[in-house]
Design a binder for this molecule. Sequence first.
Ligand code: FES
Length: 118
Amino acid sequence: MTLSTELAPTPPHPISSELAEGGLVAKFSAPDGAPAFAVRWNGSVYGYLNQCPHAGGPLDFEGQVLESSGRFLMCARHGAIFEPDTGKCVGGPCRGARLTALAVHEKADGSVWLGPAE
Ligand code: FES
């Protein structure tokens, strides 16, 4: 069984441009159909289920999950903030909980894939 599934970018933008630093997330479905997103932060790409550990809702607001300083992911519902590289909640109603991480990797051509690097 392979976990590698190409992320489906929203046309007409290529996935690499959607994952510009500090930009909008790329939304996709995890293998079980759960909503997920990939985001670029500090040059690396991270993937998480789009489900906040506080109340389960999506984190993003119109595709944005980074708060204004760009240092944290922020849930749009009640303002929980998360470390972008670990998914750990460091402030807000679910402090200490974690987002569910998904392995993603970026190829040399800028395309982002679900699953560990080959
Ligand atoms: S649902 Fe995310 S902080 Fe409440």
